[in-house]
Design a protein around this ligand. Structure first.
Ligand code: GTP
Ligand code: MG
Length: 135
């Protein structure tokens, strides 16, 4: 079993898609371990997306992710990292398959509803960043 960090990004919260995302991951068989609605500080956002700090869209991404409350989730299950990335679909929602979260609900590459950790190393780092007290 494995843990991953899932975010319902501010666009997903604003559009009322928190329940939809949780329903989909629970239906898949993944389980919630932690959940908190919060607005990220610039510092936390920059740390979370540090791998993209040299990309031209970094400033815009940080503005977006700090622009309103997001729902942070820790999700657990067999191959949870890969399983949630499959539910989320491709980063670019236009290329994401229908039936995936991004494929069904998003149109713009930045405003793509959800985040999911992309490797065991990222998951460990991100879970610790968002939920430092989690056992
Ligand atoms: P995350 O789960 O959010 O990390 O998405 P990802 O792993 O599918 O994509 P990646 O880590 O490459 O990019 C992180 C986030 O940056 C994406 O989810 C988008 O919100 C945003 N992003 C990626 N590419 C672009 C881009 O070309 N332009 C803009 N404005 N945002 C982008
Ligand atoms: Mg990523």
């Amino acid at each position: 079993t494995e843990r991953t960090l899932v975010l319902v990004k501010p666009d997903g919260v604003a559009r009322g898609l928190v329940g939809e995302v949780i329903t989909r991951l629970e239906r898949k068989g993944l389980r919630l371990v932690a959940a908190e609605l919060r607005t990220l500080s610039r510092e936390t956002a920059e740390t979370h997306y540090a791998e993209h700090s040299e990309r031209p869209f970094f400033g815009s991404l940080v503005e977006f992710i700090t622009g309103g409350p997001l729902m942070a989730l820790v999700v657990e299950g067999e191959r949870a990292i890969e399983a949630f990335r499959a539910l989320a679909g491709a980063t670019d929602p236009v290329k994401a398959a229908p039936g995936t979260i991004r494929g069904d609900f998003a149109l713009e590459v930045q405003n793509n509803i959800v985040h999911g950790s992309d490797s065991p190393e990222s998951a460990a780092r991100e879970v610790k960043l968002f939920f430092p007290d989690l056992g």
